[in-house]
Ligand binder design. Structure first.
Ligand SMILES: Cc1cc2nc3c(=O)[nH]c(=O)nc-3n(C[C@H](O)[C@H](O)[C@H](O)COP(=O)(O)O)c2cc1C
Length: 338
């Protein structure tokens, strides 16, 4: 199996939902939510790619970084690569249903693990999909991280209990899902959270607690003060609010404010190992990938996901050699052209 075959199969299996474009930038699928695109004009999806494309690297080869170290520890797990599978839900709603929810989740979690990484799962207006994610996490001995929509505190706590029972490594809330009308239409109301709400959840769970969907310095600082273990700098792949900045636009200031106080994850528009290195240099501790791994899952199951993460990891290794970067845990901003 190679990535070309994976992409061809995925194009067939997601017909009418994802065109598997040469560059996955949200233009062809603009407005496809539900679907695989970005909301509205698709501008926020595209902004993620544009923000990364603006970042340029300094090519350096007179140095000692011959065998870069790509390993890191995250939520107590030793990982071979900083490239994780982002939470994805809605195999039937968003991708056409060629895979069941459970099959998609299994492909993402198992493929990520096989590549020496980790996967995450999500939550939607169809409550059984959160449970499918947890079943997948249980099947890999808890080596996964579920994300819960910003439901009422009581509903979140019920789902945290289930995550703990499944043995998950950590648990999170994608707070940027606060405006999702689809959730309300399904009788599953969501809404914004207060700092007190987040503090309550942090102390409620014994697991590391993650807040996904932070795009401003003020909220990153508030989350650090609230005691979260990690934030995900993310605009939800451009799926929640049109015309936001890209994650790579806001990441440097956020890292300046909270690096070392909380673990910083980032996602949005990562389409190569070079993009991964850019986000690490801008301040991320690890990076999540969404749509390319959906394509991996539909095009080749767990093998397709593994192959995609391994391909990006090889590209990252090469880019580290060519920028003089010895460790993924210490990526200098000096590798970037300012
Ligand atoms: C079809 C689809 C479903 C998603 N479902 C969820 C979800 O349930 N929970 C969540 O936190 N993020 C969800 N996301 C957002 C991803 O976790 C991630 O933030 C985003 O896809 C990253 O951008 P990229 O796809 O450009 O890599 C979803 C994204 C897509 C495309």
């Amino acid at each position: 199996m190679d990535l070309k075959q994976v992409r061809e199969t995925a194009r067939e299996k997601m017909k009418g939902y994802c065109r598997v474009c040469p560059v996955c930038d949200g233009r062809a699928c603009a407005g496809s939510v539900p679907g695989i695109g970005g909301t509205g004009t698709g501008s926020a999806f595209n902004a993620n790619l544009e923000a990364l494309a603006k970042v340029k690297l300094n090519l350096r080869t007179i140095h000692q970084a011959k065998e870069p170290d790509l390993s890191l520890t995250l939520f107590g797990e030793e990982l071979a690569t900083p490239i994780l599978a982002a939470p994805i839900t809605g195999a039937s709603i968003n991708m056409g249903g060629a895979l069941t929810e459970r099959e998609m989740v299994d492909a993402l979690l198992q493929g990520a693990l096989a590549a020496g990484s980790l996967g995450m799962t999500g939550d939607t207006g169809v409550p059984s999909m959160y449970d499918d994610g947890l079943a997948g996490i249980k099947a890999v001995n808890g080596k996964g991280i579920p994300f819960i929509k910003p439901r009422s505190q009581e509903e979140i706590k019920k789902r945290i209990d289930k995550a703990e029972a499944a043995g998950a490594l950590a648990v999170g809330v994608d707070v940027d899902g606060a405006g999702l009308i689809t959730m309300a239409l399904n009788g599953q109301p969501v809404g914004p959270k207060s700092v007190e709400n987040i503090k309550e959840l942090v102390s409620y769970t014994k697991l590391p607690f993650i807040v996904k969907g932070i795009m401003t310095v003020d909220e990153a600082k508030l989350m650090a003060e609230a005691g979260v273990a990690a934030i995900v700098v993310s605009n939800h792949g451009g799926r929640v609010l049109d015309h936001t900045l890209g994650a790579a636009d806001v990441l440097p200031e956020i890292a300046d404010a909270v690096k070392g106080k909380v673990t910083i994850l980032a996602d949005g528009g990562v389409r190569s190992g070079v993009d991964v290195l850019k986000l690490l240099a801008l301040g991320a501790d690890a990076v999540l990938v969404g749509r390319p791994l959906i394509i991996g899952a539909f095009g080749g199951g767990s093998e397709g996901v593994k192959l995609t993460i391994e391909t990006y990891t090889k590209q990252l290794l090469q880019a580290m050699i060519l920028t003089g970067t010895e460790k993924v845990t210490q990526v200098s901003r000096d590798i970037l052209v300012c």
